[in-house]
Write a protein that binds this ligand. Structure first.
Ligand SMILES: *Cc1c(COP(=O)(O)O)cnc(C)c1O
Length: 231
């Protein structure tokens, strides 16, 4: 089932990219394996998935260590507390969810201790939802400028979690706004700040996100099925 789901999602991504004249290879699919057992992650790996997303630091650590493979990348996509950074730095290839200077500074310190530079994305609350984490759109450029001074991180782009909607096209405006914001910030030519990546789109809306420029889509349910939080 996972293999078929992956194939379907990949096909949909490629079709969405081609609709807008993008190279399908410019979109990377992150298989969001949170709450799912190692056996399912392995099944996805055997079907060719190379990028996995987790939203809990310890779960990322446990899975990355158990399935340690040099060709597989782990992405930290969930809200991160400072005291849990140590589980992620050195294991994740990228942290998608940095929304404050203090968090970026703490990641930078841990990365420097470990002797590496951690690629990060700035998480933006693009629709201004009260319940969501993320920097305000109008404060994101200033945040990028502030964190650009930190030596243990490198900003690679922006990430957003769009609103939960029944019709994915309702999120088109938010994806477009995130891309416009990244273009704005790129134009400011801030040292050590790259605006290469846009991490946006989940199971319900990843095709629209690809049409609007996503370079990472984060798909969980569409690959692994519904999550059961009761267990
Ligand atoms: C869980 C999660 C996803 C995947 O959600 P699905 O709707 O299952 O595809 C994507 N991004 C983040 C940040 C998540 O926490």
């Amino acid at each position: 089932m996972i293999k078929e789901n992956l194939e379907k999602v990949r096909k949909n991504i490629a079709a969405a990219a081609l609709r807008v004249g993008r190279d399908p290879e410019s979109v990377r699919l992150i298989a969001v394996s949170k709450t799912k057992p190692l056996s399912m992650v392995l099944e996805a790996m055997e079907a060719g998935a190379m990028e996995f997303g987790e939203n809990k630091p310890q779960e990322l650590r446990d899975k990355a260590d158990a399935l340690c493979r040099p060709d597989v990348n782990w992405h930290m996509i969930g809200h991160l507390q400072k005291n849990k950074i140590k589980y992620v730095v050195g294991r994740a290839c990228m942290i998608h969810s940095v929304d404050t200077f203090e968090l970026a500074e703490a990641i930078s310190l841990q990365a420097q201790k470990t002797g590496l530079v951690m690629p990060i994305l700035l998480e933006v609350n693009i629709a201004g939802e009260e319940t969501k984490f993320g920097a305000k759109p109008e404060e994101t450029a200033a945040l990028a400028r502030a964190v650009s001074e930190l030596r243990g991180i490198q900003v690679r782009g922006l990430m957003t979690i769009a609103p939960f909607v029944s019709d994915p096209s309702q999120n088109r405006v938010h994806f477009r706004n995130l891309r416009d914001l990244s273009i704005d910030i790129a134009r400011q030519n801030i040292d050590n700040v790259l605006m290469y990546d846009l991490s946006m789109g989940m199971t319900g809306d990843y095709e629209v996100a690809v049409e609007e420029g996503a370079t990472f889509v984060r798909v969980g349910t569409g690959i692994f099925g519904e999550r059961d939080y009761s267990i």
